[in-house]
Design a protein around this ligand. Structure first.
Ligand code: PMP
Length: 338
Protein backbone atom coordinates (compact mmCIF):
# COMPACT_ATOMS: atom_id res chain seq x y z
CA UNK A 1 0.00 0.00 0.00
CA UNK A 2 1.43 3.39 -1.00
CA UNK A 3 -0.30 6.52 0.36
CA UNK A 4 -0.55 9.68 -1.72
CA UNK A 5 0.38 11.92 1.22
CA UNK A 6 0.96 11.69 4.94
CA UNK A 7 -2.59 12.82 5.77
CA UNK A 8 -3.96 9.70 4.11
CA UNK A 9 -2.40 7.66 6.94
CA UNK A 10 -4.62 9.27 9.61
CA UNK A 11 -6.88 6.98 11.64
CA UNK A 12 -7.20 3.25 12.30
CA UNK A 13 -5.25 3.60 15.53
CA UNK A 14 -4.96 0.50 17.75
CA UNK A 15 -6.89 -0.55 20.84
CA UNK A 16 -4.56 -1.88 23.54
CA UNK A 17 -5.51 -3.71 26.74
CA UNK A 18 -4.32 -2.32 30.08
CA UNK A 19 -2.46 -5.08 31.88
CA UNK A 20 -1.39 -3.60 35.24
CA UNK A 21 -3.21 -0.35 35.97
CA UNK A 22 -6.55 -2.15 35.75
CA UNK A 23 -5.75 -4.35 38.79
CA UNK A 24 -8.85 -5.08 40.88
CA UNK A 25 -11.29 -3.92 38.19
CA UNK A 26 -14.08 -6.21 37.02
CA UNK A 27 -14.53 -6.03 33.27
CA UNK A 28 -11.97 -4.91 30.72
CA UNK A 29 -10.32 -1.54 30.18
CA UNK A 30 -8.65 -0.86 26.84
CA UNK A 31 -7.12 2.32 25.46
CA UNK A 32 -7.23 3.75 21.95
CA UNK A 33 -3.74 5.03 21.24
CA UNK A 34 -4.09 8.12 19.09
CA UNK A 35 -0.37 8.93 18.93
CA UNK A 36 -0.21 6.47 16.03
CA UNK A 37 -1.64 9.26 13.87
CA UNK A 38 1.05 11.00 11.75
CA UNK A 39 0.90 14.22 13.81
CA UNK A 40 1.00 12.04 16.95
CA UNK A 41 -2.47 13.04 18.11
CA UNK A 42 -6.15 12.44 17.50
CA UNK A 43 -6.51 16.07 16.39
CA UNK A 44 -5.18 15.12 12.92
CA UNK A 45 -8.64 13.69 12.27
CA UNK A 46 -10.61 16.87 12.84
CA UNK A 47 -7.93 19.19 11.44
CA UNK A 48 -8.10 17.56 8.02
CA UNK A 49 -11.90 17.50 8.08
CA UNK A 50 -12.10 21.21 9.00
CA UNK A 51 -9.79 22.03 6.06
CA UNK A 52 -11.60 19.78 3.56
CA UNK A 53 -15.06 21.01 4.62
CA UNK A 54 -13.86 24.63 4.26
CA UNK A 55 -12.50 23.87 0.79
CA UNK A 56 -15.85 22.33 -0.21
CA UNK A 57 -17.71 25.35 1.18
CA UNK A 58 -15.40 27.72 -0.78
CA UNK A 59 -14.19 29.38 2.46
CA UNK A 60 -10.60 28.20 1.99
CA UNK A 61 -9.15 29.02 -1.41
CA UNK A 62 -5.80 28.25 -3.12
CA UNK A 63 -2.91 30.22 -1.61
CA UNK A 64 -4.88 30.79 1.60
CA UNK A 65 -3.57 31.06 5.16
CA UNK A 66 -4.96 28.91 7.98
CA UNK A 67 -5.09 30.78 11.33
CA UNK A 68 -6.03 28.95 14.51
CA UNK A 69 -5.81 29.16 18.28
CA UNK A 70 -4.44 25.79 19.39
CA UNK A 71 -3.01 23.96 22.37
CA UNK A 72 -0.60 22.42 19.86
CA UNK A 73 -2.12 19.24 18.57
CA UNK A 74 -4.74 20.81 16.30
CA UNK A 75 -1.97 23.01 14.94
CA UNK A 76 0.09 19.95 14.04
CA UNK A 77 -2.86 18.36 12.22
CA UNK A 78 -3.59 21.62 10.40
CA UNK A 79 0.09 22.03 9.51
CA UNK A 80 0.17 18.56 7.95
CA UNK A 81 -3.03 19.27 6.02
CA UNK A 82 -1.62 22.64 4.91
CA UNK A 83 1.60 21.04 3.63
CA UNK A 84 -0.34 18.35 1.74
CA UNK A 85 -2.71 20.88 0.19
CA UNK A 86 -0.46 23.97 -0.22
CA UNK A 87 -1.61 26.49 2.44
CA UNK A 88 0.29 28.68 4.92
CA UNK A 89 -0.33 28.42 8.69
CA UNK A 90 -0.25 30.90 11.60
CA UNK A 91 -1.09 29.59 15.09
CA UNK A 92 -1.77 31.40 18.35
CA UNK A 93 -0.98 29.49 21.55
CA UNK A 94 -1.30 30.19 25.27
CA UNK A 95 2.09 30.49 26.98
CA UNK A 96 1.29 27.63 29.41
CA UNK A 97 1.61 25.10 26.58
CA UNK A 98 4.73 22.95 26.42
CA UNK A 99 7.71 24.46 24.62
CA UNK A 100 7.96 21.20 22.69
CA UNK A 101 4.56 21.86 21.12
CA UNK A 102 5.65 25.30 19.92
CA UNK A 103 8.95 23.94 18.56
CA UNK A 104 7.17 21.09 16.76
CA UNK A 105 4.81 23.51 14.98
CA UNK A 106 7.72 25.71 13.92
CA UNK A 107 9.55 22.55 12.72
CA UNK A 108 6.77 21.87 10.21
CA UNK A 109 6.90 25.43 8.90
CA UNK A 110 4.10 27.14 10.83
CA UNK A 111 4.33 30.63 12.33
CA UNK A 112 3.48 30.58 16.06
CA UNK A 113 2.30 33.60 18.10
CA UNK A 114 2.55 32.97 21.87
CA UNK A 115 -0.13 34.74 23.98
CA UNK A 116 -0.66 35.08 27.77
CA UNK A 117 -2.62 32.23 29.41
CA UNK A 118 -4.24 33.92 32.36
CA UNK A 119 -6.41 36.49 30.60
CA UNK A 120 -10.14 36.18 29.87
CA UNK A 121 -11.06 34.76 26.44
CA UNK A 122 -12.52 38.14 25.37
CA UNK A 123 -9.32 40.00 26.39
CA UNK A 124 -7.62 41.26 23.19
CA UNK A 125 -4.38 39.55 24.28
CA UNK A 126 -5.94 36.06 24.60
CA UNK A 127 -5.05 33.44 22.03
CA UNK A 128 -8.69 33.32 20.95
CA UNK A 129 -8.81 37.11 20.32
CA UNK A 130 -5.43 37.28 18.60
CA UNK A 131 -6.46 34.48 16.19
CA UNK A 132 -9.69 36.33 15.37
CA UNK A 133 -7.85 39.62 14.76
CA UNK A 134 -5.26 37.99 12.48
CA UNK A 135 -8.11 36.38 10.54
CA UNK A 136 -9.81 39.77 10.14
CA UNK A 137 -6.58 41.49 9.03
CA UNK A 138 -5.01 38.89 6.70
CA UNK A 139 -6.64 38.58 3.28
CA UNK A 140 -7.64 35.09 2.06
CA UNK A 141 -7.26 33.63 5.54
CA UNK A 142 -9.38 30.89 7.10
CA UNK A 143 -10.03 30.65 10.86
CA UNK A 144 -11.23 27.06 11.49
CA UNK A 145 -12.21 27.84 15.13
CA UNK A 146 -12.06 24.30 16.46
CA UNK A 147 -14.30 25.20 19.41
CA UNK A 148 -17.40 25.99 17.37
CA UNK A 149 -16.62 24.38 14.00
CA UNK A 150 -18.88 21.33 13.85
CA UNK A 151 -16.58 19.53 11.40
CA UNK A 152 -14.63 18.79 14.61
CA UNK A 153 -17.17 16.42 16.21
CA UNK A 154 -18.20 15.09 12.80
CA UNK A 155 -14.63 13.85 12.16
CA UNK A 156 -14.87 11.68 15.27
CA UNK A 157 -18.42 10.61 14.39
CA UNK A 158 -17.15 9.45 11.00
CA UNK A 159 -13.87 7.82 12.06
CA UNK A 160 -13.10 7.38 15.81
CA UNK A 161 -16.55 6.02 16.69
CA UNK A 162 -16.77 3.53 13.80
CA UNK A 163 -13.21 2.29 14.43
CA UNK A 164 -14.02 1.57 18.09
CA UNK A 165 -17.30 -0.14 17.19
CA UNK A 166 -15.57 -2.33 14.60
CA UNK A 167 -12.51 -3.17 16.74
CA UNK A 168 -14.64 -4.14 19.77
CA UNK A 169 -17.09 -6.06 17.53
CA UNK A 170 -19.84 -3.94 19.06
CA UNK A 171 -18.99 -5.12 22.58
CA UNK A 172 -18.06 -1.71 24.00
CA UNK A 173 -20.17 -0.78 27.06
CA UNK A 174 -18.34 2.37 28.30
CA UNK A 175 -16.43 5.16 26.58
CA UNK A 176 -14.23 7.65 28.46
CA UNK A 177 -12.43 10.68 27.05
CA UNK A 178 -11.18 14.09 28.13
CA UNK A 179 -13.25 17.08 27.06
CA UNK A 180 -11.64 20.24 25.67
CA UNK A 181 -13.38 21.49 22.54
CA UNK A 182 -15.65 18.46 23.10
CA UNK A 183 -15.33 17.20 19.53
CA UNK A 184 -13.74 13.83 20.24
CA UNK A 185 -16.06 12.88 23.10
CA UNK A 186 -19.26 14.20 21.51
CA UNK A 187 -18.72 12.77 18.02
CA UNK A 188 -17.45 9.38 19.19
CA UNK A 189 -20.15 8.99 21.85
CA UNK A 190 -22.89 10.00 19.39
CA UNK A 191 -21.82 7.29 16.96
CA UNK A 192 -21.51 4.65 19.69
CA UNK A 193 -24.86 5.54 21.29
CA UNK A 194 -26.56 5.34 17.89
CA UNK A 195 -25.28 1.77 17.57
CA UNK A 196 -26.17 0.90 21.18
CA UNK A 197 -27.98 3.48 23.35
CA UNK A 198 -26.81 1.63 26.49
CA UNK A 199 -23.16 2.69 25.94
CA UNK A 200 -22.20 4.93 28.89
CA UNK A 201 -20.00 7.96 28.14
CA UNK A 202 -17.73 9.37 30.85
CA UNK A 203 -16.33 12.86 30.19
CA UNK A 204 -13.08 13.75 31.94
CA UNK A 205 -12.80 17.35 33.14
CA UNK A 206 -10.20 19.32 35.12
CA UNK A 207 -10.46 21.36 38.32
CA UNK A 208 -10.66 24.96 37.09
CA UNK A 209 -13.09 24.12 34.26
CA UNK A 210 -16.83 24.71 33.87
CA UNK A 211 -18.04 21.46 32.27
CA UNK A 212 -18.92 19.21 35.22
CA UNK A 213 -20.91 21.83 37.11
CA UNK A 214 -22.68 22.90 33.91
CA UNK A 215 -23.71 19.30 33.14
CA UNK A 216 -25.00 18.77 36.67
CA UNK A 217 -26.78 22.09 37.24
CA UNK A 218 -27.14 23.86 33.89
CA UNK A 219 -25.29 26.80 35.47
CA UNK A 220 -22.23 28.41 33.87
CA UNK A 221 -20.46 29.12 37.16
CA UNK A 222 -17.56 31.57 36.86
CA UNK A 223 -16.36 30.50 40.32
CA UNK A 224 -15.41 27.15 38.76
CA UNK A 225 -12.85 28.94 36.58
CA UNK A 226 -9.27 29.21 37.85
CA UNK A 227 -5.85 28.47 36.36
CA UNK A 228 -4.77 24.84 36.07
CA UNK A 229 -1.86 23.11 34.41
CA UNK A 230 -3.22 20.13 32.47
CA UNK A 231 -3.08 20.79 28.73
CA UNK A 232 -5.88 20.11 26.24
CA UNK A 233 -8.89 19.48 28.50
CA UNK A 234 -11.24 21.65 30.55
CA UNK A 235 -12.49 25.05 29.38
CA UNK A 236 -13.60 28.46 30.60
CA UNK A 237 -16.12 28.64 27.74
CA UNK A 238 -18.86 26.30 26.43
CA UNK A 239 -17.70 25.29 22.94
CA UNK A 240 -20.41 24.30 20.45
CA UNK A 241 -18.62 20.98 19.98
CA UNK A 242 -19.54 19.89 23.51
CA UNK A 243 -22.84 18.05 23.13
CA UNK A 244 -23.86 17.63 26.77
CA UNK A 245 -26.64 15.20 25.78
CA UNK A 246 -23.95 12.79 24.54
CA UNK A 247 -21.96 12.89 27.81
CA UNK A 248 -23.63 10.97 30.65
CA UNK A 249 -21.42 12.31 33.43
CA UNK A 250 -18.19 14.15 34.12
CA UNK A 251 -15.36 13.29 36.49
CA UNK A 252 -12.82 15.94 37.49
CA UNK A 253 -9.15 14.96 37.79
CA UNK A 254 -6.45 17.06 39.47
CA UNK A 255 -3.26 18.15 37.70
CA UNK A 256 -1.27 15.97 40.09
CA UNK A 257 -3.33 12.77 39.72
CA UNK A 258 -3.17 13.22 35.94
CA UNK A 259 0.60 13.78 35.97
CA UNK A 260 1.27 10.76 38.20
CA UNK A 261 -0.97 8.51 36.08
CA UNK A 262 0.71 9.69 32.87
CA UNK A 263 4.07 8.52 34.22
CA UNK A 264 2.56 5.21 35.33
CA UNK A 265 1.14 4.64 31.83
CA UNK A 266 4.67 5.02 30.44
CA UNK A 267 6.44 2.91 33.08
CA UNK A 268 3.88 0.21 33.73
CA UNK A 269 2.14 -0.17 30.39
CA UNK A 270 4.81 1.09 27.95
CA UNK A 271 2.35 3.75 26.79
CA UNK A 272 4.47 6.91 26.40
CA UNK A 273 1.51 9.27 26.18
CA UNK A 274 0.56 12.87 26.95
CA UNK A 275 -0.65 14.48 30.16
CA UNK A 276 -4.36 14.50 29.35
CA UNK A 277 -4.05 10.73 28.78
CA UNK A 278 -3.20 10.49 32.48
CA UNK A 279 -6.33 12.53 33.26
CA UNK A 280 -8.48 10.28 31.07
CA UNK A 281 -7.12 7.04 32.53
CA UNK A 282 -7.19 8.26 36.15
CA UNK A 283 -10.83 9.37 35.81
CA UNK A 284 -11.83 6.29 33.81
CA UNK A 285 -10.30 3.90 36.37
CA UNK A 286 -11.99 5.77 39.23
CA UNK A 287 -15.32 5.20 37.49
CA UNK A 288 -14.45 1.62 36.49
CA UNK A 289 -13.48 0.58 40.03
CA UNK A 290 -16.95 1.46 41.22
CA UNK A 291 -19.19 0.67 38.26
CA UNK A 292 -17.63 -1.82 35.82
CA UNK A 293 -19.02 -5.36 35.98
CA UNK A 294 -17.66 -8.62 34.58
CA UNK A 295 -18.25 -8.67 30.83
CA UNK A 296 -18.15 -4.86 30.52
CA UNK A 297 -15.70 -3.31 28.08
CA UNK A 298 -14.50 0.24 28.59
CA UNK A 299 -12.55 2.13 25.91
CA UNK A 300 -10.47 5.14 26.99
CA UNK A 301 -9.27 7.59 24.33
CA UNK A 302 -5.59 8.60 24.70
CA UNK A 303 -5.16 11.81 22.67
CA UNK A 304 -1.42 12.32 22.16
CA UNK A 305 2.24 11.37 22.62
CA UNK A 306 4.64 11.81 25.55
CA UNK A 307 7.39 13.67 23.66
CA UNK A 308 5.35 16.86 24.01
CA UNK A 309 5.66 16.70 27.81
CA UNK A 310 9.32 15.73 28.33
CA UNK A 311 9.97 19.09 30.00
CA UNK A 312 6.95 18.71 32.29
CA UNK A 313 5.36 15.53 33.63
CA UNK A 314 8.26 13.36 32.45
CA UNK A 315 10.80 15.67 34.10
CA UNK A 316 11.53 14.80 37.76
CA UNK A 317 12.60 18.33 38.72
CA UNK A 318 9.47 19.82 37.21
CA UNK A 319 7.36 17.23 39.05
CA UNK A 320 9.13 17.97 42.36
CA UNK A 321 8.82 21.73 41.90
CA UNK A 322 5.06 21.32 41.54
CA UNK A 323 4.83 19.01 44.56
CA UNK A 324 3.72 16.15 42.31
CA UNK A 325 6.57 13.73 43.01
CA UNK A 326 6.45 12.48 46.58
CA UNK A 327 7.64 8.94 46.12
CA UNK A 328 11.04 8.16 44.69
CA UNK A 329 10.16 6.59 41.36
CA UNK A 330 13.62 6.46 39.81
CA UNK A 331 16.25 3.96 40.94
CA UNK A 332 19.69 5.20 39.95
CA UNK A 333 22.69 3.01 39.29
CA UNK A 334 24.22 4.45 42.50
CA UNK A 335 21.27 3.14 44.55
CA UNK A 336 21.90 -0.36 43.23
CA UNK A 337 25.68 -0.24 43.93
CA UNK A 338 25.23 1.03 47.51
N1 PMP B 1 -6.02 16.16 25.15
C1 PMP B 1 -5.21 16.90 24.37
C2 PMP B 1 -3.73 16.76 24.57
C3 PMP B 1 -5.73 17.78 23.43
O1 PMP B 1 -4.91 18.52 22.67
C4 PMP B 1 -7.13 17.92 23.33
C5 PMP B 1 -7.70 18.92 22.37
N2 PMP B 1 -8.02 20.16 22.96
C6 PMP B 1 -7.96 17.14 24.16
C7 PMP B 1 -7.36 16.26 25.05
C8 PMP B 1 -9.46 17.26 24.17
O2 PMP B 1 -10.07 16.86 22.98
P1 PMP B 1 -11.32 17.62 22.40
O3 PMP B 1 -10.87 18.99 21.98
O4 PMP B 1 -11.76 16.77 21.25
O5 PMP B 1 -12.35 17.70 23.47
Amino acid sequence: MIYDSIIDTIGNTPLVRLNKLNAGIEGEVVVKVEYFNPGNSMKDRMAVKMVEDAEKAGILKPGGTIIEGTSGNTGMGLALAAIAKGYKCIFTMADKQSKEKIDILRAVGAEVVVCPTNVAPEDPRSYYSVAKKLNADIPNSFYPNQYDNLSNWKAHYETTGPEIWKDTIGKITHFAAGVGTGGSMSGTAKFLKEQNPAVVSVGIDTYGSVFKKYKETGIFDEDEIYPYLTEGIGEDILPQNVDFAMIDLFIKVTDKDAAVMTRRLAREEGLFVGWSCGSAVHGALEFAREHLKKGDLMVVLLPDHGTRYLGKVYNDDWMRNHGFLEDKTFTTARDILK
